[in-house]
Design a protein around this ligand. Sequence first.
Ligand SMILES: [Zn+2]
Ligand SMILES: [Zn+2]
Length: 171
Amino acid sequence: MNVRLLALGDVPPRLAETVLAELPRPYVGGEIGRLAVSLERCYDRTRAQVDAACLIEQVPQPEPGWLLLGLTGVDLFMPALTYVFGISHLGGRRGIVSWFRLHPDGKGPDAASVLVRRITTEVVHESGHAMGLVHCVVPDCAMHRSLWPEGVDLKRPDYCPACLATLNASL
Ligand SMILES: [Zn+2]
Ligand SMILES: [Zn+2]
């Protein structure tokens, strides 16, 4: 499965390349692109956040053999939740990840590497949903549900054997 990481607005230099290089099996190869989206159309003035379900509709349908994953720095929400790290169409091979809520406390090189690892893990998570995977009870599996940024650190940017088997069976 090829992955195209799409920058929705400004993305820090080399972030998309780093994340793409870290993606686990069965993702092979891939490319970086840009996608012009209207954040205005999905912006909720009362919440001062962007509606994730609205924004993902602006990600195009992927061609066969490709998964499209948007990267954004805007604060995403879904109606019942204060914020979300991302959203995807289950089995629809498209999703979005936001790093807005993933920033660790503090600065410095450690903070930068924690942030990149969190983004990569959530990209693996949303890609899993986009490939049809549901949440997983294994604590360090990328498909485990995390509601807090620190919870993302307990996971690996990879799938447990059961999730990987399910994913491979769907290819
Ligand atoms: Zn999830
Ligand atoms: Zn799993």
